[in-house]
Design a protein around this ligand. Structure first.
Ligand SMILES: [Cu+2]
Length: 129
């Protein structure tokens, strides 16, 4: 922002065409940045917690037809891999840390997922409605 203002002031004082072009370029970049970052910021957020190699909630309902942000909180000291063929997602979440996974927009339906490192216990499903 400071940079843009500097160019703006220079342009106004000198009427320098080069500065004006730089200002326009910077504003375009800023506009693009806002346009691309806003939909992500607006995505509804849901948290899935991993504890004792299980997911909570095991069944998560999310809205169909829109992008959703999943925050995977791993409260186990060991890493887990969130994996889903149906969602086409695979992400390792370190022990005692969190991972972010964006899904959707999804068609209504059931999307199973599992923890690849603890497949007997770590199972869940996402239901898009
Ligand atoms: Cu995997």
């Amino acid at each position: 922002m400071k940079t843009i203002l500097t160019y703006e002031v220079r342009f106004l004082t000198n009427g320098n065409f080069k500065s004006m072009k730089k200002t326009i370029a910077l504003l375009a970049v800023l506009g693009l940045f806002l346009m691309t970052s806003l939909p992500a910021a607006a995505a509804e957020e849901f948290t899935i917690t991993i504890k004792d190699h299980r997911f909570t909630p095991e069944t998560l309902e999310i809205p169909a037809g829109q992008k959703v942000k999943l925050v995977i909180l791993n409260q186990d000291p060991t890493p887990e891999e969130f994996e889903s063929y149906e969602l086409n997602r695979e992400k390792i979440i370190g022990g005692n840390s969190k991972g972010i996974i964006f899904v959707g927009p999804l068609k209504p339906g059931t999307y199973p997922y599992f923890g690849e490192f603890n497949m007997e216990t770590a199972k869940g499903q996402i239901i898009a409605k």
